[in-house]
Design a protein around this ligand. Structure first.
Ligand SMILES: Cc1ncc(COP(=O)(O)O)c(C=O)c1O
Length: 393
């Protein structure tokens, strides 16, 4: 036998490093970027695949950072399990691809995020899935459109952009006996209520928004029963919809401050909504915490920790909206939401730009509508900026 020789530097460079010789766990969650895990033998890989041994194989299927984030979000929502997806849209797609097949129908709330409507109305239609619209604040309108082919009802706790409230408990009373799964997009209302406790079957978050909280994460979450999530998870992996380690790690860090951010931004939003309502240049304010909001009573009933950080308001038309956006000194026009800093969006040129003017007017979305995502700044500073921009109108 020949003497073992030292490996060539090229080999040393390329080989994976040794594992640190520590059995003491770190306090902060380690970021584990590996896309794959190494196995001593075939029996071990068999045991992991068959569920006889705990472990990870391939990051698209599962990885430690997604496991930690999913556990945290399932606990927050009072759910049994959660799936981390590559974006909010990926979480919605995972749910729909997991649940639906050719010939099924979706009951879709009217006036929700434009891309969600597009996913159902345009993309799922290509696979023979059709849809019917209903008013999420009036469960009787869901009852009226249910058919024997309806499999899924999809709503938003607070709709984007008009902040209409979903009567989750009332909708569940209609959906459950009909065998229709109720999914609630909770992106605008994390921590304000728990849709699963109100009777929903699934909760969805775009973690890109408040959960991430700093506009540096793109991720989505689907929460549900252990059985449902176990069934959807391999489908999501096959379609390539699952989330990556780095964003999962970042989202977990974001959640650490979610409660204090929500408390502050919600208080700021209520204050600004009152001020905007009293301003002569503002045609209409949509905020469920205002007595004038059509769903105020329902909001008081289901939202136990405030009315959220989103406010939308109409400044009269496209020209006024453009002038207002340009006049702001500090609040950026950045078409997302949920950041620590206040940002704004203009739905007809961003989140709902793929819809026709007829579709906008059916939903009550106008070209003068501004959607404000309120942050954690001092509210006086926010008002100074908003007020001086309104004065330009
Ligand atoms: C209410 C709502 N749901 C879902 C999404 C989609 O999330 P993502 O951008 O992470 O795919 C958005 C995005 O704006 C949203 O506003």
């Amino acid at each position: 036998m020949s003497e073992p020789t030292a490996p060539d530097p090229a080999t040393v460079c390329a080989r994976p490093p040794v594992s640190p010789p520590s059995t003491i766990p770190p306090l902060a969650p380690p970021l584990q970027l590996s896309s794959v895990y190494q196995f001593a033998d075939v029996a071990t890989v068999d045991a992991v695949y068959e569920g006889e041994m705990r472990g990870f194989v391939y990051a698209r299927d599962a990885h430690p950072n997604a496991y930690q984030l999913a556990s945290k979000v399932a606990e927050l929502e009072g759910g049994e399990a959660a799936l981390v997806c590559a974006s909010g849209m990926a979480a919605e797609s995972a749910l729909m691809l997991g649940l639906l097949q050719h010939g099924d129908r979706v009951a879709l709330a009217e006036g929700i995020y434009g891309r969600t409507t597009l996913l159902v109305a345009r993309e799922l239609a290509r696979f023979g899935v059709e849809y019917d619209l209903f008013d999420q604040s009036r469960p009787e309108t869901l009852r009226a459109i249910l058919t024997s082919r309806t499999r899924l009802a999809f709503v938003e706790t607070l709709s984007n952009p008009l902040l209409r409230v979903a009567d989750i408990a009332g909708l569940a009373e209609v959906a459950r006996p009909a065998g229709v799964a109720l999914a609630v997009d909770h992106t605008f209302a994390p921590l304000l209520c728990r849709p699963l406790e109100l009777g929903a079957d699934y909760v969805i978050h775009s973690a890109t928004k408040s959960i991430g909280g700093h506009s540096d994460v793109t991720l989505g979450l689907l929460v549900g029963s252990k059985r449902d999530i176990a069934r959807i998870t391999p489908i999501a992996s096959t379609f390539g919809l699952t989330g990556n380690p780095f964003d999962s790690w970042m989202a977990l860090r974001g959640i650490a401050t979610l409660a204090v951010r929500t408390e502050r931004s919600t208080a700021n939003a209520l204050d600004l909504a009152h001020r905007l309502e009293a301003h002569p240049s503002v045609v209409q304010v949509n905020y469920p915490g205002l007595a004038a909001h059509p769903d105020h009573a329902l909001a008081c009933q289901i939202l136990k920790s405030g009315f959220g950080a989103m406010v939308s308001f109409d400044v009269g038309g496209r020209v006024q909206a453009e002038r207002f956006i340009k006049s702001l000194a500090h609040i950026p026009y950045a078409p997302s939401l949920g950041d620590v800093a206040t940002t704004l969006s203009h739905p007809t040129t961003t989140s709902h730009r793929f819809q026709t003017p007829e579709e906008w007017s059916r939903q009550g979305i106008t070209e003068g509508l501004i959607r404000l995502s309120v942050g954690i700044e001092a509210v006086e500073d926010l008002w100074i900026d908003l007020n001086q921009a309104l004065a330009q109108l």
